[in-house]
Design a protein around this ligand. Structure first.
Ligand code: FES
Length: 158
């Protein structure tokens, strides 16, 4: 259950400063991890901004998400240098291992799979990022081995 009182605190803090909505949503998402329907409704009530406008902002900007994300965000580069070096095969193997498509989150909420544009590391293509860590010279097997490590660490923390 989400503590919507925290939404009130964040929104009220910014209301006094007449801050743009985007900053309020950014802080609210930082607190809750994503922007659910009840959270957006609460923001609308506290700020007196129409829900349709808030929903429009929350769904327009890619930095916002209205769905919960996994503990680890896996971003696969699919720009040309990575593509010609086998990123498609790497991505297919990752999808198969995680059992999800890009844009989805695993049932255990451990991984969310996304695309990323060029990370500036084309010399070691194909490349993926897991949270803030970058992994290059990937093969499908190497990518899965990396994710297995994260999974093992994740389950040992449980
Ligand atoms: S194209 Fe993938 S890192 Fe540059």
């Amino acid at each position: 259950m989400q503590d919507l009182k925290k939404v009130d605190d964040i929104a009220k803090k910014y209301a006094e400063m007449n801050t743009p909505l985007i900053y309020i949503l950014k802080d609210v998402q930082k607190e809750f991890g994503y922007l659910s329907q009840p959270i957006l409704t609460q923001v609308a009530q506290v700020t007196d901004i129409p829900l349709s406008e808030i929903y429009g902002v929350a769904t327009f900007y890619s930095l916002f998400t209205t769905k919960p994300k996994g503990k680890h965000i896996v971003r696969c580069c699919n720009n040309a240098p990575c593509f010609v070096n086998g990123s498609k095969e790497v991505l297919e193997k990752i999808k198969e291992y995680l059992g999800i498509d890009t844009g989805e989150t695993t049932e255990d909420a451990l991984f969310t799979l996304e695309f990323t544009s060029c990370l500036g590391l084309c010399a070691v293509a194909p490349v993926m990022m897991v949270d803030d860590e970058v992994y290059g010279n990937l093969t499908p097997e190497k990518a899965v081995a990396i994710l297995k490590d994260y999974k093992m660490k994740g389950s040992s923390n449980a």
